[in-house]
Write a protein that binds this ligand. Structure first.
Ligand SMILES: NC(=O)c1ccc[n+]([C@@H]2O[C@H](COP(=O)([O-])OP(=O)(O)OC[C@H]3O[C@@H](n4cnc5c(N)ncnc54)[C@H](OP(=O)(O)O)[C@@H]3O)[C@@H](O)[C@H]2O)c1
Length: 262
């Protein structure tokens, strides 16, 4: 079974590219009216044209979600112009591939702002409408939240925060009909691995999946209420192995990083 998107209103942050664009198209192709946002007007326009081919009421907004003080106004505008929101997909985010020795507090905090504080602000602003409409909150986290990747402390911490928030939120919303879902992509082929100001990614040993691979797992989770989803699925077992013996996992990751000359 796949969740029935027909007529639903879905807001996907970071819908101008990558995973967000694929999810937005997946929802629109199944009949949802989709709102997307991002900073790049041209990219938003390209994606929006594809969304509107399915659902002409779909919309886009140019917004910098790192500007936390602007988020309440953006939430109100998106909610108003979409006519209510049934699904919030907190997807917008940036990588930060840099060792702890090379990090500054400013970089740590700015990564936290876009990857953690911004989705939390948006969630809080939209919670009343999501509760009223028996909606869903989908937080695009990462396997980095669970596996402690080398050279990604600042990034992994933002995603671990988002995951921890989601776990508690799912419990707090127990007397509502809001579904809370966390999605942990492993390596999905997007611009995220080419962005400047980042060390090269250590992903040679992991198969990069196309962005489309994200769509069905998210729709299945909406349908069956699954809280945590891994893409691909076998990363759930890998994570379980880490939880069983964190010391061995960290020693193994040190050896791996050395083998990559890091
Ligand atoms: N790709 C992977 O393998 C992978 C793995 C684990 C988790 N993830 C997570 O998946 C999410 C999507 O990543 P992706 O791989 O699709 O990366 P991407 O191709 O770089 O896309 C990132 C999206 O976020 C938007 N964004 C970034 N900063 C923003 C800001 N300040 N304000 C508004 N929008 C902003 C970008 O739009 P603009 O540039 O137009 O603003 C873009 O639409 C991220 O949260 C990422 O951490 C990805």
């Amino acid at each position: 079974m796949s969740w029935n998107a027909e007529g639903k209103h879905v807001l996907v942050t970071g819908g101008s590219a990558g995973i967000g664009a694929a999810l937005a198209e997946g929802f629109a192709a199944r009949g949802a009216v989709v709102g997307i946002c991002g900073r790049r007007e041209d990219k938003l326009g390209d994606v929006l044209a594809r969304l509107q081919a399915h659902t002409p009421e779909s919309r886009s907004w140019r917004v910098d979600l790192a500007d936390l003080d602007g988020i309440d106004d953006f939430a109100a505008q998106a909610n108003e112009e979409l006519g209510g929101i049934d699904v919030l997909v907190n997807n917008a985010g940036i990588p930060k591939r840099r060792t702890v020795q090379a990090l500054t507090p400013e970089v740590v905090e700015s990564t936290m702002a876009i990857n953690y504080y911004s989705p939390i602000r948006l969630t809080l602003a939209l919670l009343p409408t999501l509760i009223e409409r028996d909606g869903h909150i989908v937080n695009i986290s990462s396997i980095a939240a669970r596996l402690g990747p080398p050279g990604e402390a600042a990034y992994a911490a933002t995603k671990a925060a988002l995951t921890a928030w989601s776990e508690s939120m799912a419990v707090d919303l127990r007397d509502t009909n809001v579904g809370v879902h966390v999605v942990n992509p492993a390596v999905i082929d997007t611009e995220l691995f080419q962005l400047p100001d980042n060390d090269p990614a250590m992903i040679e040993d992991v198969e990069a999946l196309p962005t489309d691979a994200m769509v069905e797992p998210v729709l299945r989770a909406l349908d069956d209420g699954t809280f945590e989803v891994y893409v691909p699925e076998h990363f759930a077992q890998i994570t379980q192995g880490k939880f069983n013996d964190p010391t061995a996992w960290i020693e193994g990751t040190k050896a791996y990083a050395r083998s990559q000359n890091r």
